[in-house]
Design a protein around this ligand. Structure first.
Ligand code: T1G
Length: 686
């Protein structure tokens, strides 16, 4: 099969692109298109060309995997120029998700016909880029400035109907792309479908439209895309030249490297050793525990169309769970994700009861009770008695030993960890924690469940905290160390928010509730090694009952929507410094980020080294989709590659001079740095 095939029907040449899975405009497609245009142009019998694609979508963009490689000619801009200059009219038939370079191909043709269900967009800004094959120059020539600038700067797709209204499509049909293409070709021949050369259209973005977008443009990526769109007022050749220069600049940016990595991270994590195992049916679910997590998990399953039976021990807790789930679904209605009718239908699939026997037919059971091994042992003992053979028995524990839980049943092979992140019906990350007895079928079934729930599943082995919480437990200490050493906590938060985190660690603690962390620290106190630095500031805050937002005060004071620094915290910090003989020093924001990120990278490297995570990119996915890590950095280990592993080794060795216990260079990090390799090299090894 070649990427581009020609079939001639009378005076119509049908040119089909066939490059699964999404017809990305890779090298073979580009060469095939050039050859096809040359072929049909030289055939006098052909009067019109109808371009379309096989499979689920017309071209969904340039081949992102080619970025960063030496460019192979012909480039997509050259192919688009060839299409636009075609001596014979080309009608392009679009279906599926026609995005980026795919839409740019269509813009270069002389007519565009959509197939119902089509979405069209220029998502390049989501990759830290801008349309680089004429999109910023040709789209404004076909549609109004507001539509063009919205598509270029937002990266969001529009519907086929909106595209038809805006003049981006010339017609909207239903049916198979090839049949629609043949009919469109014939309509061009009989004059019922008009064609026009985009470059000759006189539509332009107005100064007012530009200003409206200029004032709200945020960040280098959108500003750069806007600059290219502004050049569409120039002659096409000049505008294309400027677009190209800006695109080359974007390709070299760290933002693009991070965002491209994030795009692939979301998909790479599905490539697990158990991917080919037979996944079991997932028609119905059961949840044990109706607290925040249990209700969130039940909501996620209901939204995926699964009937759910939720178990609580007392009638009042049953009622509370139903109320919580109803509120969650009302939120989905408010966000426009559900209609009220759909909400009622979804609620009709929910059964809340105290009777465990109601779980007998469920395909997957998810336990979300109190984080106590004794309680979980009791629950799994009962599940073992009531659940049908082959049911998936999952625990939502956030750090307890999945193997120990599995051992309380007669079927450890069916037990797995499904660690959801709160709110469970919103956060996309799901850590799938594989026990030593868990069968490949159960792992594959868990990944199928994740897809059904629109979650991003990341495979983890068993350890304290699995991937995300284990790494968090380590690097969170670094922020406390800097606070004790002299950095005001509000500066630490601000520096990390400047780096790209939605919230700094102290604000996150206040949001999550400091009592949980305090209880954990007290439980761990007797096991804490003497060499480990321990910072007591947060304990002083908790001793006042200041647990954060929920108590109106924590590190910050909360008055409705406003928050201010709690002045007592600095006093506790100074008192502890005096007691421990620490002379405070100032930190720059860059020093704060370097210190914090070096701690995160250290533990992330150890998680990969110990094979808790399959690959570095799996750790990146955990932080991108579960911990609000800035997407434009691509994840902690992508950040490490961008920063340079040798730089990180030097930083850790420098920090170790003051605290050799906390700061140890992970063997894997040193090994890669000395070999001049990157974490992405490991990703490529699979
Ligand atoms: N290039 C390479 N591979 C791609 C790809 C692309 N553009 N799009 C998807 N894939 C792979 C993906 O990694 C996965 O691989 C498989 O296809 C199925 O994808 C010059 C510069 C189209 C909406 O940003 O949004 O054009 O993991 O699981 O859920 O101006 O893929 O199976 O090995 O996502 O049905 C602009 C990116 C590029 C679109 C389909 N285009 N893709 O979603 O399937 S830049 C994009 C998507 C550009 C020009 C500029 C989605 C999808 P694997 P999938 P899906």
């Amino acid at each position: 099969m070649t990427a581009v095939e020609i079939r001639k029907e009378g005076e119509v040449a049908l040119v089909k692109i066939d490059n699964p899975p999404v017809n990305a405009a890779g090298y073979d497609v580009r060469v095939g298109l050039v050859n096809a245009i040359q072929d049909v142009t030289s055939d006098d019998a052909i009067k019109v060309i109808a371009l379309f694609a096989a499979g689920r979508t017309f071209v969904a963009g340039a081949d992102i995997r080619e970025f960063g490689q030496p460019p192979k000619q012909p480039g997509l801009p050259e192919v688009c120029d060839l299409l636009e200059a075609s001596a014979k009219p080309i009608v392009c038939v679009l279906h599926g998700t026609t995005l980026g370079g795919g839409l740019e191909i269509a813009l270069s043709c002389q007519a565009r016909v959509g197939i119902k269900g089509l979405k069209l967009g220029l998502p390049e800004v989501n990759l830290g880029l801008l349309p680089g094959a004429g999109g910023t120059q040709r789209l404004p020539r076909l549609v109004d400035g507001k539509t063009a600038l919205t598509m270029i700067t937002s990266g969001k797709p529009i519907s086929a109907e909106a595209a038809l209204d805006a003049g981006l499509l010339d017609d909207l049909q239903d049916g198979d792309p090839e049949a629609v293409a043949l009919a469109a070709g014939q309509q061009v021949l009989d004059g019922t479908l008009k064609t026009r050369v985009t470059a000759e259209q006189d539509n332009r973005i107005t100064a007012d439209e530009l200003n409206t977008f200029r004032v709200k443009a945020k960040g280098e990526v959108v500003t750069r895309a806007l600059k290219a769109a502004e050049a569409s007022s120039l002659p096409l050749v000049e505008g294309l030249q400027l677009e190209r220069e800006l695109f080359v600049e974007a390709l070299a940016s760290n933002a693009h490297k991070g965002l491209k990595h994030a795009f692939f991270a979301e998909r790479a994590v599905a490539h697990i050793p158990e991917a080919k195992a037979d996944a079991r049916d997932l028609e119905s679910g059961g949840v044990i525990g109706g607290g925040t997590m249990g209700s969130g998990i039940a909501t996620a399953m209901l939204l995926a169309g699964m009937p759910v039976t939720l178990i609580e021990m007392e009638e009042d807790r049953v009622a509370f769970a139903r109320e919580t789930i109803t509120k969650n679904l009302d939120g989905a209605v408010k966000r426009g994700k559900l209609t009220e009718g759909q909400r009622d239908a979804v609620l009709g699939m929910l059964t809340c009861t105290t009777d465990m026997a109601a779980l007998a037919d469920a395909d997957v059971l998810i336990e979300a009770v109190f984080e106590s091994m004794d309680v979980k042992r009791e629950v799994f003992g009962k599940l073992d008695q009531v659940c049908k053979p082959g049911a998936v028995l999952a625990t939502n524990t956030s750090y307890l030993d999945v193997d120990e839980i599995a051992a309380t049943t007669s079927r450890p092979q069916d037990v797995i960890g499904l660690h959801f992140f709160s709110p469970a019906h919103v956060m996309r990350l799901l850590e799938v924690v594989v026990g030593k007895e868990t069968t490949p079928e159960i792992v594959a079934t868990s990944f199928r469940l994740a897809k059904k729930l629109r979650k991003i599943a990341v495979r983890s082995e068993v350890c304290d905290g699995f991937i995300g919480n284990r790494i968090l437990a380590h690097y969170r200490k670094s922020s406390a160390y800097m606070q004790l050493d002299g950095a005001p906590f509000e500066q630490i938060d601000a520096a990390l928010e400047g780096f790209g985190f939605a919230m700094g660690p102290f604000a996150v603690s206040d949001l999550a509730g400091q009592d949980i962390g305090w209880a954990t620290r007290k439980r761990q106190a007797e096991f804490r090694p003497a060499e480990e630095r321990y910072v007591e500031i947060a304990d002083r805050v908790c001793e006042q009952g200041w647990f954060g937002r929920k108590s109106g005060k924590g590190f910050y004071s909360y008055d409705g929507k406003t928050r201010s620094v709690n002045p007592a915290v600095a006093e506790y910090a100074q008192a502890e410094r005096e007691a421990k003989g620490i002379a405070p020093r100032s930190f720059t924001d860059a020093e704060i980020v370097d210190f914090y990120m070096a701690a995160m990278v250290s533990e992330a490297a150890r998680v990969v080294e110990e094979k808790i995570a399959l690959r570095p990119i799996d750790v990146d996915a955990v932080f991108l989709f579960g911990y609000g890590f800035p997407r434009h950095w691509g994840g902690p280990l992508q950040y490490a590659d961008i920063t340079g592993l040798d730089v990180l080794v030097q930083r850790i060795e420098e920090y170790a001079k003051e605290d050799p216990y906390y700061w140890q260079v992970p063997a894997l990090l040193r090994e890669l740095a000395e070999a001049g390799k990157s974490f992405n090299d490991l990703n490529k090894e699979g």
